[in-house]
Ligand binder design. Structure first.
Ligand code: RB5
Length: 154
């Protein structure tokens, strides 16, 4: 069962081309895609787009998101500052799958200067179609929320 249906995509200038290609591909695959920008290859600030995308997930308007910058790292740092967001920068399939299965990640971050477009597309597809396994991993994900809320106890 694929529980992710509504997907937000966002990028800075470095990820602009990949983001547009990925949005078109995901729409073809039947996903409801919201593009939060950017809108050109003109230099811009990645936190703006990470913030827009994370708000959509926090508000329940999207199930998951894909953020693309040069390395995927700036986007992941920005996204992980948002409550309820679990973002992972991935450049290979094992991590893209495991971050869904074990971390229940809701944002995938990709580096357009790190991986080629076909890899970005296949990692996105893998991320969006892999389910969280729950169990002991749900306990750990709940601990992440406790850390975020300042209620964590060892
Ligand atoms: C932009 O040059 C670059 O710093 C950005 O795309 C990203 O890689 C930041 O983490």
């Amino acid at each position: 069962m694929n529980t992710i249906k509504k997907v937000a995509v966002g990028s800075d200038h470095a990820g602009f081309e990949y983001k547009n290609r990925l949005a078109a591909y995901l729409r073809e695959r039947g996903y409801e895609v919201t593009d939060v920008g950017c809108d050109s290859e003109e230099s811009c600030h990645y936190p703006i787009f990470a913030h827009r995308l994370c708000r959509l997930i926090q508000d329940g308007k999207c199930d998951a998101g894909i953020l693309i910058c040069g390395t995927g790292i700036g986007m992941s740092i920005a996204a992980n500052k948002h409550k309820g967001i679990r973002a992972a920068a991935c450049s290979e399939a094992f991590s893209a799958r495991l971050t869904r299965e074990h971390n229940d990640a809701n944002v995938l971050c990709l580096g357009a200067r790190v991986i080629d477009y076909p890899t970005a597309q296949s990692l996105s597809e893998l991320f969006l179609t892999t389910e969280f396994v729950g169990g002991k991993h749900a306990t750990r994900v709940a601990m992440l929320a406790d850390i975020e809320n300042g209620t964590f106890k060892e």
